[in-house]
Structures are given as structure tokens and as C-alpha cells.
Design a protein around this ligand. Structure first.
Ligand code: XUL
Ligand code: CO
Length: 439
């Protein structure tokens, strides 16, 4: 632990149980508690997002940042990056969270050229490695920030200027080196500027193919240097770009097929990105899980009154239950995890607010897990859902599913069997059933 404490007066957050009224304790997240055959710690593999928690001062388009960063105390950005690392690991250990995630530029400042940026990152990676060894906190994923610098205004891998593509490659190479050095379990691509502002000036097909080529090169380099984890693409439909190529889970799954990337890539589904694409969080998680491509989750939530990516900390229990039902049915997240890609509100300015935010998110998902397990063990939820499909389980229905019946044969069955009686979807019954378990 550093000699300098950044969160004084806050001790290690402990589990105190549902009756506790201590706001700096967990009421449901009990990391060693075994649920459905795994500890809570292993179910979630919770992570802190370095950028929101330690780099984002909560500025918005109308105002400067409001958060005080006691670790920004030097005029030298490298010194500040080191202080920030101390603060981050103090927070991780006090919170008792097992993982963190970063962008290259969160960890170390960009230099004045490629070599200097690489050197800055390598210096901070060495220190992060020591911190990981001292604390046992691990890296869930690393990524490269290919959206902040002005050079990326027309995209990174999809930029029409080859020179920009090479800079993106340099950053991804260094971020992969960092991820491998820190034993990162996954590597994320979020293409905030991979998309277009207008089709008038865009060759969409060429840009999409270049994105595939770029990802294959990154994959090959990662495997060459010994990265054994999963590469993840994080869908988002828009913001900052008007149209982003990785629009939603379905679009990315199609892209992975087309670009022959399915052996190495999965999806990092983010709640507020799914809702921006007019889906629900559960929809994109389900789509990825049923395709065997759910890699990891960025947990947060949007706002019913606002359309944009608000990145609220997730406290919606209903969402958590829906998603935990899917994770329990489809085998969970590992080697991915649940990263709090969420930020404090602009007017949440006390250091302890960062604890409240994470405690709330962890407890929400822990409750969601307990409720989902209860539903799966003690209700007819699965039976009712499956029951709607029994006509496809045997006989001609099964033959259809196996592709054994022609369109003419299907027509003849319809003609012979007459009008089917209506079968209720039972939605209200199911919704009431789920609500009865949320207690
Ligand atoms: C932006 C977003 C990113 C990615 C990592 O909306 O979610 O923070 O998770 O680049
Ligand atoms: Co994210």
C-alpha cells in the first residue's frame, strides 16, 4: 500500500448481510458464497473501469470537471500517472474487487511520438505489474484508446488515410504487449470512431473490409506474443460517430462470420449500448449467449428520459435478474467478467461516492443472481417457455427442424390438419411469476 492514502477513513468493504444499514458494506455480494455451483466472485469477475473511476473528472459539453483528483498533484504527467495507479489499487483493494480494465492512455500519457508513447506505457505497466503482485488484483482486459486523439476523427482501422491506420496499429500493438505483460484475460476493441458521419464521403464496404484486415493482424500479433485470452468486440450503434459499424450484437456476429474471426473473437455486451440500439440489455446478452459468443459484459444503464449513453451505475434489479437468468442458463462469463463501465454523476463529488456506486452495482447483480437461481430452481419458468415449443420436439415438427420437410410437404400437412387452435404466450403469467421471486 502506498504511503499516501487517497481514500482516508474508508476501510475494506465487508459483507454484512441484507439487514445491514451500513452504506459502506455489501448487503448481498458475499464473494465466497456458493450459488449454483460457483462462488459469487467467480460468477461475476467484477472489474473497475480505470477510465471512468480515475481519469474522468465528470466534465460535460457545458462545463469543466467537478471531481477532485488528489492524485493529480504534479506538473509531470508521468508522476501523476503513478499517483493515479496508487489511488486505483488502493480503491480496488478496499473495495475487494478482483479485476480492473484500462485503455493504454488511462494508464500512461501519450508521448510526442510512437516510441515515446510506448516507453510511457511500458513504464507504467511495470509498476502495475508490481501492484497486481502485491494485491492479487488482476487485469480483466486491456484496450487501446483509438478515439480521443484528433488523428482518429475519421476512424482508426477504418480511416481512409493509411498513415492513421498505422498509428492505430502501433497503439494496438503496444496495448497488446501491455495486456500480455499484465496477464490480461481478454482484449477489447471498441470502435467509437469506426463508422461514418455521412455516406456521401464514405466507402463503407472498403472500410469494413479494412476493419476485418486490421483485426486479423491484431489477432495474429496477439497470438504470436502468447496472448491466450479472448479478443472482444464491443457493439455500440452511435456516439461519438453518427453510425458505428459495430452497431449491435447481431451486426457484430454477422461481421465476425464474414471476416472469418469467429475462432478468436467474442462480444463484450454493454447495457447502455444495447439500449441505444433500441434493444434491451437482456436482448443483446441473450443473442450473444445463444450464439456461443458472449465474452464479457460492460455493466451500466441508460436513463428512460434521455436517449444518450448516460453510463449510470447499474442499480436496476429487474435488468440484473433478466441477465443473470441468461448467464445461469448459458454457462456464465468466464474468462470474461462484469466490468463497471459506469461513471459517477457530475454532482457526486465525494471520494466515498465511488465506493457507493460500485457497492450498489455489485449488490444489485448479487441479488439478481440469488433471485435468478431461485426462479430456475423453484418455478415453472423454463418449463413454461419450453412448453411453447413441444410441437417441434417430435414427429413432423422435429423433421421440419432437422430440415427434412420440403415446402410442399409442409403445405400438405397444413391442408390435412386444418386450422391450429390458438396457443397463449403466457407473458403476464411469466411476468407475475418473476415478480413473485423479487423479494
Ligand atoms: C464507450 C465504451 C468504452 C469501451 C472501451 O461507450 O463503452 O469505454 O468500453 O473503450
Ligand atoms: Co464499454
Amino acid at each position: 500500500m502506498s504511503t499516501n492514502e487517497y481514500f482516508p477513513g474508508i476501510n475494506k468493504i465487508e459483507y454484512e448481510g441484507p439487514e445491514s444499514d451500513n452504506p459502506l458494506a455489501f448487503t448481498h455480494y458475499d464473494e465466497d458464497r456458493v450459488v449454483a455451483g460457483k462462488t459469487m466472485k467467480d460468477h461475476f469477475r467484477f472489474a473497475v473501469a480505470y477510465w471512468h473511476s480515475f481519469c474522468n473528472e465528470n466534465s460535460d459539453p457545458f462545463g469543466v470537471g467537478t471531481r477532485q483528483f488528489p492524485w493529480d498533484k504534479s506538473s509531470d504527467p508521468i508522476d501523476n500517472a503513478k499517483f493515479r495507479l496508487d489511488a486505483a489499487f488502493e480503491f480496488f483493494t478496499k473495495l475487494g474487487i478482483p479485476y480492473y480494465c484500462f485503455h493504454d492512455r488511462d494508464l500512461a500519457p501519450e508521448g510526442s511520438n510512437v516510441a515515446e508513447s510506448e516507453k510511457n506505457l511500458a513504464e507504467l505497466v511495470e509498476l502495475a505489474k508490481q501492484k497486481q503482485q502485491e494485491t492479487g488484483v488482476k487485469l480483466l482486459w486491456g484496450t487501446a484508446n483509438l478515439f480521443t486523439h484528433p488523428r482518429y476523427m475519421n476512424g482508426a482501422a477504418t480511416n481512409p488515410d493509411f498513415r492513421v491506420i498505422t498509428h492505430a496499429a502501433a497503439q494496438v500493438k503496444a496495448a497488446l504487449d501491455a495486456t500480455v505483460e499484465l496477464n490480461g484475460e481478454n482484449y477489447v476493441f471498441w470502435g467509437g470512431r469506426e463508422g461514418y458521419m455521412h455516406l456521401f464521403n464514405t466507402d463503407m464496404k472498403r472500410e469494413l473490409d479494412n476493419m476485418g484486415t486490421f483485426l486479423r493482424a491484431a489477432r495474429d500479433y496477439g497470438r504470436k506474443i502468447g496472448f491466450e485470452g479472448t479478443f472482444l468486440i464491443e457493439p455500440k450503434p452511435m456516439e461519438p460517430t453518427k453510425h458505428q459499424y459495430d452497431f449491435d450484437a447481431a451486426t457484430v456476429i454477422g461481421f465476425l462470420h464474414e471476416q472469418d474471426l469467429l475462432d478468436d473473437f467474442k462480444l463484450n455486451v454493454e447495457a447502455n449500448h444495447a439500449t441505444l440500439a433500441s434493444h434491451s440489455f437482456a436482448h443483446d446478452v441473450m443473442l450473444a449467449a445463444q450464439s456461443g459468443l458472449l465474452g464479457s459484459i460492460d455493466a451500466n444503464r441508460g436513463d428512460n428520459q434521455n436517449g444518450w449513453d448516460t453510463d449510470y451505475f447499474p442499480t436496476n434489479l429487474y435488468d440484473a435478474v433478466e441477465v443473470m437468468l441468461i448467464l445461469l442458463e448459458y454457462g456464465g462469463l468466464a474468462p470474461g467478467g462484469l466490468n463497471f463501465d459506469a461513471k459517477l454523476r457530475r454532482n457526486s463529488t465525494d471520494p466515498e461516492d465511488l465506493f457507493h456506486a460500485h457497492i450498489g452495482g455489485m449488490d444489485t447483480f448479487a441479488r439478481g443472481l440469488l433471485i435468478a437461481e431461485d426462479i430456475l430452481n423453484n418455478s415453472d419458468y423454463k418449463k413454461l417457455r419450453h412448453g411453447r415449443y413441444t410441437s417441434l420436439d417430435e414427429g413432423k415438427g422435429k423433421a421440419f427442424e432437422n430440415g427434412k420437410l420440403s415446402l410442399e410437404e409442409l403445405r400438405d400437412i397444413a391442408a390435412k390438419s386444418g386450422e391450429p387452435e390458438l396457443q397463449s404466450g403466457k407473458q403476464e403469467l411469466l411476468e407475475n411469476m418473476i415478480n413473485r421471486f423479487i423479494r
